[in-house]
Every structure is written in structure tokens, then in C-alpha cells.
Design a protein around this ligand. Structure first.
Ligand code: SF4
Length: 244
């Protein structure tokens, strides 16, 4: 980590105040270059959605052996695992870790009952996503996320650099100004692999039991249908919020 860089515990002065330019790609590059210069231990937590593929492509041009973690809940679509293999072939130098939860699905069922996602998705997300990311970050000074402002009201005030109370870290979000069209233009222009489910009406893709097709790519309505839940908890709240 270089001197005088912003950390969770330092006085927070945003190094990238919100200056919207027309060139969202250049903006993202500048933020990523700053981030990799500033933090030796930075981790990209990638869900391998469409935004994730764009970020992988940009990150690989800034640091080709960057550390990337995928939260492998054991209930992802086969198409997602196929995409990860395709990305590993296209970007062989990236250090991609498949981070598993402490509990197998069977252990979770024995302890909390079958298909916990149908009864208490917050608890399931805590066990299978939030705790594993806490472990993967392991006190990292900063992490990267592909959040875009237009995705949902709860993401509309995300900045390039954010003080993240959830993981007591700095969260860097290079794509905040990108539109869904920007994302797909980049994927097409660079001929990047992407999840085949996008061609079958899925916009936001997470775990299989909690993901349905949705027409609007920006309202996350295909996630956790039947629950008043639009986030797994990685981008909201304080450490204790999702343990119940
Ligand atoms: S998205 Fe669904 S299956 Fe995945 S961790 Fe959350 S509740 Fe569990």
C-alpha cells in the first residue's frame, strides 16, 4: 500500500469526487489504475455477471495477475461455472479463487433445514456469501465491486471510492456511470465470453434457487422473487445485519 492512501480507518477524503465524463471506459481505467497503485492487497469480488466480465477485461489490462474471488455457494447455474472456465482460458494469468462457505449444502440442511433460501434467504446469504467474503477479504484494505448506479435505488448513490462499513474496508466501484448498453457494447466490441443465460432473459444472475428471468436489467426483479429482498447483503448494512 502506498503512503497517504485512503483506508477505512483514515479520515475519509474521496480521491475521485463525482465528475461524470462522457468516456466511462476511460474513467473506469483511471479508477482501476489508481486502485492497483494504491493497494497491494486489493481483491476483486466477481459474480461473473455482465458487469463482472467487463471489469475482468479492464482489470487484466491494469494488472494481468490480479486476485479475483468468486463466492461459490454450490448452487450456481452450470452456465456460470462454464463461463468461469471460459474466462480462465481467455485470461490465464488472473488468480481466480473459488471461495466456498464453511458449511456444505448437506451440513447447512442438517443444521438449519432443507432449502434455507426458501425460508430465510438472509441467513442463507450470510452463510454462503457474506461470511465467505469476510474470510476472503481477510482484512484487505480495499476491494473492487462492479456496482452501477442505475441498477437499483439502493445503488444510485454509490461512488467510485466508498467507505464500506459492512467489511470495514474501502470499496472501489469503477463502473458507477456505466449503463446496461455500455456494458454490452464493451462485451461485444471485445468479443468477451458471457453467461449464456443472458440470452435467455436473465439480467442479473445469482444462485439458481433465487434467480428468475426478468425483462428489466436494472431493477433486479428476477432476484429473490417472493421476498422483499433485492441485495444479498454484500452491499448493504453493518456486520450484524444479516446474521439473523
Ligand atoms: S442467493 Fe439464495 S441460495 Fe444464494 S446464498 Fe443467497 S439465499 Fe442462498
Amino acid at each position: 500500500m502506498t503512503n497517504n492512501v485512503v483506508t477505512y480507518d483514515s479520515a475519509f477524503e474521496n480521491p475521485f469526487p463525482d465528475r461524470i465524463t462522457k468516456d466511462h471506459k476511460q474513467e473506469a481505467f483511471q479508477v482501476l489504475q489508481w486502485a492497483y497503485r494504491s493497494y497491494d492487497d486489493i481483491v476483486y469480488a466477481c459474480s461473473f455477471g455482465a458487469e463482472g466480465i467487463v471489469l475482468i477485461d479492464l482489470i487484466s489490462q491494469v494488472k494481468k495477475d490480479a486476485a479475483i474471488v468468486f463466492l461459490d455457494t454450490d448452487v450456481h447455474f452450470q452456465e456460470t461455472y462454464d463461463l468461469i472456465n471460459a474466462i480462465k482460458e481467455r485470461f490465464p494469468d488472473l488468480q481466480i479463487t473459488m471461495k466456498k462457505p464453511d458449511l456444505t449444502l448437506q451440513e447447512q440442511a442438517s443444521k438449519h433445514g432443507d432449502e434455507l433460501w426458501n425460508r430465510n434467504p438472509d441467513k442463507c446469504c450470510y452463510i454462503r456469501k457474506i461470511k465467505p467474503l469476510e474470510d476472503a477479504l481477510n482484512g484487505a484494505t480495499a476491494w473492487i465491486s462492479g456496482l452501477r448506479r442505475e441498477q437499483s435505488p439502493s445503488r444510485s448513490e454509490t461512488n467510485f471510492v466508498n467507505k464500506d462499513d459492512r467489511f470495514r474496508s474501502i470499496k472501489v466501484c469503477p463502473l458507477i456511470h456505466w449503463t446496461w448498453e455500455d456494458v454490452w457494447e464493451h462485451i461485444r466490441t471485445r468479443n468477451l465470453p458471457y453467461n449464456e443465460l443472458h440470452d435467455r432473459g436473465y439480467a442479473s444472475i445469482g444462485c439458481m434457487p433465487c434467480t428468475s428471468p426478468s425483462e428489466d436489467p436494472n431493477d433486479r426483479s428476477g432476484r429473490w422473487q417472493g421476498f422483499a429482498k433485492t441485495e444479498c447483503g454484500l452491499h448493504t448494512g453493518s456486520p450484524k445485519d444479516s446474521r439473523s
